[in-house]
Design a protein around this ligand. Structure first.
Ligand code: HEC
Length: 108
């Protein structure tokens, strides 16, 4: 491998490590369980009286869930990082894809 390429690869590796460290350092935020976020912020509409589409059991890609939550949709408010932190949102997206459908929220 020539020196230039080696240097570029080393730089990429360093950059990747820096990103990894930054992600780990990002734990100052309040951590919430996916179940709790779902119950307090999502379940009322998704599976509750608002009749928003069900999300569990649909193998929704995490990126789709994250984009929807950050940007909102028709009838769905956006949730910014101050409301649901980045780590929590990733965990929530994973949980939505993997967990069984939770019991529907109580209807009034
Ligand atoms: C106020 C009601 C409401 C809340 C609260 C809400 N949503 Fe939604 N959401 C909706 C509606 C309505 C849609 C359908 C939007 C459309 O059809 O364009 C939707 C769509 C979505 C979709 C796309 C589903 C699809 O079939 O394409 C995802 C993913 C999603 N919501 C995730 C969430 C998550 C995660 C939360 C909690 C952090 C949440 N939503 C909170 C009302 C809500």
């Amino acid at each position: 491998m020539n020196k230039l390429l080696g240097g570029a690869l080393a730089g990429l590796l360093l950059a990747a490590c820096a990103v990894g460290v930054a992600a780990q350092d990002n734990t100052g935020e309040q951590r919430e369980t996916p179940e709790h976020i779902w119950a307090s912020s999502c379940g009322y509409c998704h599976g509750g009286p608002m009749n928003a589409p069900r999300l569990h059991g649909r193998q929704l890609p995490e990126a789709v869930v994250i984009a929807l939550v950050r940007n909102g949709a028709n009838g769905m408010p956006p949730f910014h990082a101050s409301a649901i932190g980045g780590e929590d949102l990733r965990a929530l997206a994973r949980w939505i894809r993997e967990a069984p459908d939770p019991a529907p929220a109580a209807r009034p």
